[in-house]
Design a protein around this ligand. Sequence first.
Ligand SMILES: *[C@@H]1O[C@H](CO)[C@@H](O)[C@H](O)[C@H]1NC(C)=O
Ligand SMILES: *[C@@H]1O[C@H](CO)[C@@H](O)[C@H](O)[C@H]1NC(C)=O
Ligand SMILES: *[C@@H]1O[C@H](CO)[C@@H](O)[C@H](O)[C@H]1NC(C)=O
Ligand SMILES: *[C@@H]1O[C@H](CO)[C@@H](O)[C@H](O)[C@H]1NC(C)=O
Ligand SMILES: *[C@@H]1O[C@H](CO)[C@@H](O)[C@H](O)[C@H]1NC(C)=O
Length: 508
Amino acid sequence: MWSLQILVNIFILHFLPIKSKGLTNPNVLIILVDDFRHLSEKYLDLPNIKKLADNGVNFKNTFVQQALCAPSRNSMLTGRRPDSLRLYDFYNYWRDAVANFTTLPQFFKENGYDTYSVGKIFHPGVSSNFTDDYPYSWSEYPYHPPTEKYKDAPVCKDRTRKTLKKNLICPVNILHQPGGTLPDIESLDAAINIISKRNSSKPFLLAVGFHKPHIPIKFPKEYLEWIPMYKVKPPKHPFMPQNMPIVSWHPWTDVRRRDDIHRLNISFPWGTMPYDWSLKIRQGYYAASAYVDDLIGQLISYVNMRKTVVVVTSDHGWSLGENGLWAKYSNFDVALKVPLIFSIPGQSPRSVDTPVELVDIFPTLVDYSNLPHKIPKCRSNQDKSLLCFQGKSLKSLITKSQMFGNYFAISQYPRPSVYPQKNSDKPHMKDIKIMGYSIRTKRYRYTEWVSFNNTLFTIDWNKHYGLELYDHLIDPEEANNLYLVSKYKNIKQYLSTLLRSHVNRNYN
Ligand SMILES: *[C@@H]1O[C@H](CO)[C@@H](O)[C@H](O)[C@H]1NC(C)=O
Ligand SMILES: *[C@@H]1O[C@H](CO)[C@@H](O)[C@H](O)[C@H]1NC(C)=O
Ligand SMILES: *[C@@H]1O[C@H](CO)[C@@H](O)[C@H](O)[C@H]1NC(C)=O
Ligand SMILES: *[C@@H]1O[C@H](CO)[C@@H](O)[C@H](O)[C@H]1NC(C)=O
Ligand SMILES: *[C@@H]1O[C@H](CO)[C@@H](O)[C@H](O)[C@H]1NC(C)=O
């Protein structure tokens, strides 16, 4: 009997404290920044995000599943790939179109959390049933900043014309804006209000979605002073990659359409941005990022970091002139790579190079919430069980218990045609004829553009429209497609097999 007591004591003393290092039901704060690429430029000063990255777990190679808002957000929030949700555009809602899958916030809500959405978390509209998936995902009706309705209003001063325009680059005096504020400032206030005024003994999951630096790049003009023009560098490789298949290209029509860019008469679809405008857009994007960084700092100052797991990420990246491209809509690294930072109570700082994906966030947060769970891996894309994961928990990478392993990220992008046309950026489902599947390992990016049947949802690997291989060890800009270089034959074969088996497994 004695020895049993001793064993029990040993168990309590030595095992439980280890386990209790992880908080039971910590609060969760998800900060989702819209169109916020992974910013590695050394001269950029984003002090608040840098502080979170330096003190937290910084995943430096994180890739999204598709470089478009609605598919990426629904994928991240359900933990399923776009092929499972059958969403590559903006126009279906998985509960009605595929199955009644449980979302990340819904899982927390059903396990005793109060869940709140502020700003842009789900993409609004059809893909979240015009309710941001309320009431399934959220305890209260999602908050949207009232001044978001002016997002495309002509409010940008055009110095030469003295009129108000719908410009791409739009530094503003907040006091002169309709409502005397900007949407992200209203979202910040709403989020702070929830954190400081809520009266509940339950833990919370709060998701805050900032709209900037999404276009129009509208921000308080003071932030331009943070990023003086002399500090702004052009993209290292502003031309189309060598030997790029033309199906990879997209014509960034939403950028061309804005008043300030439209009058430059850039020829469609191959014309390039004038040098001075490249710099101006980059400056504006960085200034808008600095503005959001400031809002994040203010939000974090209200958060009890010892009781809260914080995640900072984005729905996808944004090309800033690299390879002659702007905006998202591609399978290049700059469009697919995003920041991913976890701040976890009790976890020492760490920086991780291993490639990870946004579908990994849901399982990771479930792991760190210490909620009772036994959520299986999805068997395939066709797995209709309400709760299963296509990604994996990153806990073993975070605690460093597993440093090696076959980690890679799989992304995809649809096209209506090989030759770039008006709808190449955002084809509707009915127009999709080609799917580009891309795999990113630590060293390589390998992409196959193949025939896609949009009624049967089948792919034909033998009908390809473009093949790409980029070696990040010697070519971080992805400026040179090595597909035809014979010395890469073996690695190409290896990556092709890996990509196809992974995508096929998802299909069968
Ligand atoms: C979908 O799931 C939600 C949440 O569990 C449930 O309330 C709803 O009834 C389900 N809908 C259908 C059609 O099964
Ligand atoms: C989506 O919205 C429509 C219209 O309001 C509603 O009839 C339908 O039940 C909603 N779908 C789900 C799954 O709640
Ligand atoms: C919090 O809610 C409880 C129960 O609804 C109520 O009794 C209490 O007065 C509230 N406290 C505050 C500070 O509002
Ligand atoms: C663009 O085209 C318009 C109409 O053809 C012309 O008036 C304008 O000067 C052109 N602008 C530039 C920057 O070339
Ligand atoms: C997809 O498959 C169906 C059935 O075989 C066929 O009728 C249709 O034409 C195919 N669509 C495309 C775009 O090939």
